[in-house]
Design a protein around this ligand. Structure first.
Ligand code: ZN
Length: 428
């Protein structure tokens, strides 16, 4: 049985999933290749999704008709599952979307458009090994040349890059470039080659949850101690946030110079999480209290990014990361309340996006204010409220809507609650 490839409209890219500061530098997100639009099945998509919901009765009817085995009936049920998958992915219901792709693939196992769409969904979720399955199958059923072969290689490169298999990523992106010039692939390839050259000198470490690379000049005990600290932090954060990231997390330890060279981050960023934890170690030989805080802070970002599918506002990312590393507002509460009364504290709405572009003066309030807001949420409803808020963020259309759903208040209430909290907790 076969279904025309043209049945798959195109691969959607959701830019909003990568809005947090944690992702704003050295993005590894590529745009997805476009596949020719559906022709003749617009009626199926209208009947499958209406009134902002999936019509499961209609889907069941198509399933029954598909048993007849006619090409038309099969094409329709594939189109319907595809539309349902896109609809659910747009709502943030990733697992359910994957289910519908899988069901569509039962009827059209060799449909390259479906396979690539499914892979892109996994890639956006940082599930790199899961993404390789459909990609490998797509490669088997695709000719060795042409736009589709280039698209498969592009996405395979992304999957290998994310999984920290730099040589394979470079190989795939080179293949993609040979098949079809693509400025994005060219850029990603250049970055991967820079990373690979730098990391050649690094020795590797591997544990259940982490894949660690560190500068060859560092003491071997440091790598060992860092992995042990990270494993402890992993268990802590896992139980506090009630979440287990599905993939091994990459950690790269840099000397200060190498760190600045590779990331081009502004001077005030001490460490960075762009999907991998990039930590400057500056010739340390053991895990100092400062380094321990940095490790836990950056690891918290990884958990939050994955739990929210990349939808956490920056104030919550930084608030929770500071809270997890053990920071509290005691030393700054007075100054913060002064700043609030002078109206020089940025609003939560203005702290949702990346902070990389903020002037240093704004950043100096943004961090303590985000921490204070997080403290007040935890004081009000426990760390469980943070966990629930993160779950809501994964499926809400805006951060404030998630706050309303999970905490039953809006940004203005939350800001007011934080002021009251700071006064009561630290000034009385
Ligand atoms: Zn941070």
């Amino acid at each position: 049985m076969s279904v025309p490839r043209s049945i798959v409209a195109r691969i959607e890219r959701d830019d909003s999933s990568y809005s947090s500061a944690a992702r704003s530098v050295s993005q590894t997100v590529l745009s997805a290749p476009e596949i020719a639009p559906v022709r003749g099945y617009e009626d199926v998509s209208k009947l499958t999704i209406h009134d902002d919901a999936i019509d499961f009765v209609y889907l069941a009817k198509l399933e029954t008709e598909a048993r007849s085995g006619t090409a038309q009936a099969l094409a329709k049920v594939v189109a319907a599952h595809y539309v349902a998958a896109q609809f659910l992915a747009g709502k943030g219901s990733i697992d359910a979307a994957v289910d519908h792709y899988r069901q569509a693939l039962v009827y059209a196992p060799d449909n390259v458009g479906l396979l690539l769409n499914l892979a892109v969904l996994y890639l956006h979720e940082s599930q790199f090994s899961a993404a390789l399955d459909p990609l490998e199958h797509a490669r088997e059923v695709t000719p060795d040349s042409g736009a589709e072969a280039a698209a498969v290689a592009k996405l395979m490169g992304w999957a290998y890059y994310g999984a920290n298999k730099m040589d394979r990523a470079i190989e795939e992106w080179k293949r993609s470039e040979q098949l079809r010039a693509d400025p994005e692939v060219e850029q990603a390839l250049a970055k991967a080659e820079r990373d690979a050259a730098e990391e050649e000198a690094y020795r590797e470490g591997d544990t259940a949850h982490f894949m660690l690379k560190y500068y060859g000049g560092a003491a071997p005990e440091l790598a060992h101690d860092i992995l042990r600290a990270l494993e402890d932090d992993f268990r802590d954060i896992e139980s506090e946030l009630d979440y287990t990231p599905p993939e091994q997390i990459s950690v790269i330890l840099y000397t200060e110079q190498a760190f600045a060279d590779i990331t081009h981050a502004p001077g005030w960023v001490g460490a960075l999480n762009d999907g991998r934890l990039r930590i400057p170690v500056q010739g340390l030989s053991s895990v100092t209290p400062e380094l321990a805080r940095v490790l836990k802070h950056e690891l918290t970002h990884s958990f939050i990014t994955q739990k929210t599918h990349g939808r956490a506002p920056t104030w919550l990312q930084e608030g929770v990361a500071q809270w997890m590393e053990g920071k509290r507002s005691n030393a700054v509460a007075g100054a913060l309340l002064d700043a609030v009364s002078r109206r020089s504290v940025p609003s939560l709405g203005s702290l949702e996006g990346p902070w990389m572009g903020l002037p240093a003066s704004a950043v100096s309030f943004a961090y303590p204010w985000s921490l204070a807001v997080t403290e007040s949420i935890v004081e009000q409803g426990g760390i469980g409220d943070i966990s629930r808020l993160l779950d809501k963020l994964a499926e809400s259309s805006s951060a404030e809507e998630a706050v309303r759903d999970a905490l039953h208040c809006d940004y203005a209430d939350l800001e007011q609650q934080t002021v009251v909290y700071l006064k009561r907790e630290y000034l009385e």
